[in-house]
Design a protein around this ligand. Structure first.
Ligand SMILES: Cc1ncc(COP(=O)(O)O)c(C=O)c1O
Length: 339
């Protein structure tokens, strides 16, 4: 089976396992795990922030960050397809008491003026807007990259209204490689970021919340409250450090392989939008197969794909694929879509 469902399906490489096996560890709830501390310092430095906090998942990292920037009962603005309101099972409301309001999602495109027009001020009757969240790259937006000028304009909008700006940067590495924007340049635009080591970078688990020293001190408390205080977790932080050292620049290979897949399916009129990174979004509205039928037929041809909606599906490239596997996948998918 060639697994194109997600970039989370990767298994640790031999080098990564070696790094995990030899990691120095301690009890991180006591703040005594040197490998975790090194990872946190390294990631904070990469993004030009004061501090970072290791968290078990991207969802927890996002939710900690949202609780840092939106008080209970106040409002977060994001797009309707954002992971934080689509796939985090209502956590912002359930844990943070956060009221979320969305603007219509158009891939990774954002109209900062539209966002500005949605902002509600403080007031006796209003739900005051406190933060804006964006996703870089955008998962349901087909791996699209928000251009730097748009993010800069959004930062201005946030500053004009005294709002925080959060980045769900689960795949910010892909944006960095695709657009050549330094991670620090992204870092300086946001009050908080969450980044993942387990999507595309190949670590088995692990995400970080990034922000000021004050925010991250509070984040440590919130993580514990959410049950995310971990003990000798340096074995996982070591996998993350290995991933950062070895698996960021190679994402260009995943992007090239996604482009090959896109080229193979495009003649069937199913490419939802141009491919920028490692996600190939499929729109089967005009195809005889719906998404479930397509996934079943692809499986029969030896390829696993993700179903995102009745007529939408997704192919994702990652570290565990070879050029040969991608060639076989293009052949299988061509047969599936032709049938
Ligand atoms: C954009 C984005 N943010 C956050 C997450 C959440 O990560 P996790 O599955 O580690 O909770 C994901 C997961 O795929 C994601 O794609």
């Amino acid at each position: 089976m060639i697994d194109l469902r997600s970039d989370t399906v990767t298994r640790p490489t031999a080098g990564m396992r070696e790094a995990m096996a030899t990691a120095e560890v301690g009890d991180d709830v006591y703040g005594e795990d040197p490998t975790v501390a090194a990872l946190e310092a390294e990631v904070a430095e990469l993004f030009g922030h004061e501090a970072a906090l290791f968290a078990p998942t991207g969802s927890m990292a996002n939710q900690i960050a949202l609780q840092l920037v939106v008080p209970v009962g106040d409002e977060l603005l994001c797009d309707a397809d954002a992971h934080v309101v689509t796939y985090e099972v209502g956590a912002a409301a359930a844990y943070g008491g956060i009221s979320s309001r969305t603007w219509p999602a158009v891939g990774a495109e954002i109209d900062p003026d539209l966002v500005a027009a949605m902002i509600r001020p403080d007031g006796y009757f209003a739900v005051p807007t406190r933060a804006i969240a964006v996703e870089q790259t955008h998962n349901r937006g087909g791996g699209g990259v928000i251009p730097l000028p748009t993010l800069r304009r959004l930062r201005e909008v946030a500053d004009e209204h005294g709002l925080a700006l959060h980045c769900d940067g689960a795949r910010i590495w892909h944006a960095h490689v695709a657009d050549g924007v330094p991670l620090r340049e992204y870092g300086r635009l946001f009050d908080t970021l969450s980044v993942c080591l387990s999507k595309g970078l190949g670590a088995p688990v692990g995400s970080l919340v990034i922000g000021s020293a004050e925010k991250i001190a509070r984040a440590r408390f919130l993580r514990k409250r959410m049950g995310g205080g971990m003990r000798q977790v340096g074995v996982l932080a070591a996998a993350g450090r290995y991933a950062l050292a070895h698996h960021v620049q190679r994402l260009a290979e995943d992007h090239a392989r996604a482009a090959r897949l896109a080229e193979a399916v495009a003649p069937f009129g199913v490419l939802a939008n141009p491919v920028r990174t490692n996600i190939v979004p499929l729109d089967l509205t005009k195809h005889p197969l719906d998404a479930r039928q397509f996934a079943a037929a692809a499986r029969a041809e030896g390829v696993l794909v993700s179903v995102l909606g009745p007529r939408t599906a997704r192919l994702v490239t990652h570290l565990d694929l070879t050029d040969d596997a991608v060639t076989r996948a293009t052949e299988s998918l061509t047969r599936t879509l032709r049938a």
